[in-house]
Design a protein around this ligand. Structure first.
Ligand SMILES: NC(=O)c1ccc[n+]([C@@H]2O[C@H](COP(=O)([O-])OP(=O)(O)OC[C@H]3O[C@@H](n4cnc5c(N)ncnc54)[C@H](O)[C@@H]3O)[C@@H](O)[C@H]2O)c1
Length: 267
């Protein structure tokens, strides 16, 4: 809605940038945040060129003080916040769990899990004081079903799904207009591989195909960030807890839930 305010972490690129475009098109004012200052400056300029009202703030979601400074800056700039998108993320190397090193685990937990925790701790008190507002956490379809070869990624994504389901219940106990949604998309056409390499979570030897389209390969069905953003905002507006756009995501989630229920019933 016009004059509402959204904060987006990991907003310089990909899904975060798609959310920024879709929110700006609805007249929402933006605090766009990212750890990569150069990418953030370019993203702010592109959005501002379309008439969006955008303030750029460099922040590292793995650093609690940095996220609290982001919240302070939001209130100092706009005096309110309506939607908090804890979206920043990285991908982990492809290897079985027993070959994943400790540094990868620590980095993924710091960015993907604690990054969301820091966002909730910094912003939830502001939403509660207003009595309205919503938190959107980006996880992945890898948080709804097994994804062999990426355990540090899937573990943290499952954590964000469980965290968000519980957070939504906790917020609604405080005030029913508050809520939380978790985004669990399938493959999205973003530079996640290149950005993750630039930030040191994976290595890309020369010649490695990097685009998500090359990962999707013959499977196809890859979504654009803007398509994901529109589906996500529809879910947020409807106060749904889960949104999972993408080819095959529903089938994989259903297979996991049915296997879980069958195992429980066999006990
Ligand atoms: N692209 C996909 O297929 C896909 C699918 C499912 C889920 N996701 C998730 O969506 C989220 C966004 O990824 P994307 O695909 O848009 O990739 P992206 O690389 O385009 O965007 C992620 C952004 O997060 C930023 N970031 C990384 N670490 C940060 C930190 N510590 N603090 C602040 N910002 C940081 C990066 O600089 C980058 O701009 C991620 O959490 C990712 O795991 C992506």
């Amino acid at each position: 809605m016009n004059d509402q305010v959204a904060v987006i972490t990991g907003g310089a690129s990909g899904i975060g940038y798609g959310l920024a475009e879709a929110l700006a098109a609805r007249g929402v004012r933006l605090i766009l945040s990212d750890i990569r200052e150069e990418g953030l400056t370019k993203a702010q300029a592109s959005l501002a060129a379309t008439g969006a009202e955008v303030t750029a703030v460099v922040a590292d979601v793995s650093d609690e003080a940095s996220v609290h400074a982001l919240a302070d800056r939001t209130i100092a700039t706009y005096g309110r916040v309506d939607l908090v998108c804890n979206n920043a993320g990285l991908v982990s190397p492809a290897a079985p769990l027993w070959e994943q090193d400790s540094r990868t685990w620590e980095l993924m937990i710091r960015v993907k899990v604690l990054g969301v925790v820091h966002g909730v701790k910094a912003f939830a008190p502001l939403l509660i004081a207003q009595g309205t507002g919503h938190i959107l956490n980006t996880a992945s379809s890898g948080g709804l079903a097994p994804l062999p070869g990426r355990t540090p990624y899937t573990t943290t994504m499952h954590a964000v799904v469980g965290l968000t389901e519980t957070l939504d219940a906790e917020l609604k106990q405080v005030a029913p207009p508050l809520g939380a949604t978790v985004l669990c998309p399938g493959l999205v056409d973003t530079p996640l591989g290149q950005n993750s390499a630039a930030l040191g979570s994976i290595q890309l030897p020369p010649g490695t195909p990097t685009s998500m389209r090359s990962v999707a390969g013959a499977r196809g069905g890859i979504l654009s960030p803007r398509e994901v953003a529109e589906a996500t905002l529809t879910a947020v507006e409807a106060d749904r807890v889960h949104v999972a756009p993408g080819t095959g995501v529903a089938q994989r989630a259903r297979a996991r839930v049915e296997a879980l229920l069958a195992d429980i019933a066999a006990n």
